[in-house]
Design a protein around this ligand. Structure first.
Ligand code: MN3
Length: 214
């Protein structure tokens, strides 16, 4: 049974950047539904019992039944992506990375501002629902990308592990920002906790996914 991450802050704690009703709906309805639906799908896949979600999402092709594979892709992605998203937000966010992650960002993107511009453009430019990502590959190099629906870089099977995700489904911002996705993306950076991203970078940089990182 997969469980939603426990929030370390109140639903209203990210105000005014992300509003309370959006947080309640996003976490208690959308994320809960992805999680419940994932668990229901996995009941039909006893061979996957005990596998980490990272292992499952990196090896979706082994699910032969197409409808079940799609259900696990969509709901497993929704489960994993939102655990990441809610886990990197904080009302007491560290505003910039330091140490090794800061050095890598400067090496791979030029500067933190250049990375934020790149991810903001990917998030704003994603047509329809999806995500923008910062990922780490097996060599420790950082990559910026975007994906549709609840897909994420792990599903591409090339060993990229996401450490930062910007949810640009309308449910993530529409109650407050309506059609102004760019304003939500700007607000996202105000509550992104770089200390959480640093921790994810540390565990991901070895290139191990799921059980091999434990
Ligand atoms: Mn969402």
């Amino acid at each position: 049974m997969y469980k939603q991450i426990q929030l370390s802050y109140d639903f209203n704690a990210l105000e005014p950047y992300i509003d309370e009703l959006t947080m309640i709906t996003h976490y208690s309805k959308h994320h809960a539904a992805y999680t419940n639906n994932l668990n229901a799908s996995l009941e039909k896949l006893p061979a996957f019992a005990g596998n980490s979600i990272e292992d499952i999402l990196s090896n979706l092709q082994v699910i032969e039944d197409e409808a079940l594979r799609t259900a696990v892709r969509n709901n497993g992605g929704g489960f994993y992506n939102h655990n990441l998203y809610f886990g990197i937000l904080s009302p007491n966010a560290k505003k910039a990375p330091s140490g090794e992650l800061a050095d890598k960002i400067n090496a791979d993107f030029g500067s933190l501002d250049a990375l934020k511009d790149r991810l903001s453009a990917l998030a704003a430019g994603r047509f329809g629902s999806g995500w923008a990502w910062l990922s780490v590959d097996r060599e420790g190099k950082l990559h910026a990308s975007s994906s549709p629906n609840q897909d994420n870089p792990m599903m591409e099977g090339n060993g990229h592990i996401p450490i930062l995700g910007i949810d640009v489904w309308e449910h993530a911002y529409y109650l407050k920002y309506k059609n102004l996705r760019a304003d939500y993306i700007k607000a996202f950076w105000e509550v992104l906790d770089w200390s959480a991203v640093e921790k994810l970078y540390e565990s991901a940089k070895g290139g191990c996914i799921g059980s091999c990182s434990l």
